[in-house]
Design a protein around this ligand. Structure first.
Ligand SMILES: [Zn+2]
Length: 157
């Protein structure tokens, strides 16, 4: 019987505070099912430090930093500046492997124009640091594709 190849969970919010007390058991069940790596996208700046610490102490756990459209708050300017600083200074060991979770959501009260400028700031950072994006989109696929066509990283040399 062929063995199952190692599995990677590419999108799992293991850093959510409500999951913290169950995390060792969740990781154990995940490992028992064959998952060897996890990519945890951040949702807001308040949890970035905890996520970086979680990645540092959990072998196989990788992370992305970003601002989710559900978590923009009143002023996303400060978290965006912190994100730019973290990426430029490579704060945190290991460094993030992507930017996200970010995107657009047509089903929430936050105006799309507000969501879009925050997403565009993250698209700039992704291009500048040559990092992939973890995108969220609900009822906004055409707007999102339009933005992605405008922000393309430079072709690899
Ligand atoms: Zn998510």
């Amino acid at each position: 019987m062929p063995s199952i190849p190692p599995l990677i969970d590419t999108h799992v919010h293991l850093d959510l505070p409500e999951l913290a007390h169950q995390l060792p058991a969740v990781l154990a069940r995940s490992r028992a099912a064959g998952v060897t790596r996890w990519l945890v996208p951040a949702v807001d700046g308040n949890h970035w430090a905890g996520l970086v610490a979680l990645a540092a102490r959990t072998p196989g756990l990788y992370y992305a930093l970003g601002l989710h459209p559900w978590s923009l708050g009143a002023s996303p300017t400060a978290p965006l500046a912190e994100l730019a600083h973290r990426l430029a200074s490579r704060t945190g060991a290991p460094p993030p492997v992507a930017i996200g979770e970010c995107g657009l959501d047509g089903l929430i009260d936050t105006p799309l124009a507000d969501q879009q400028w925050v997403l565009e700031a993250q698209l700039h950072l992704a291009c500048d640091h040559e990092l992939p994006l973890i995108l969220h989109s609900r009822k906004t696929h055409s707007q999102l594709l339009g933005l992605l066509r405008r922000y393309r990283p430079a072709p690899a040399a």
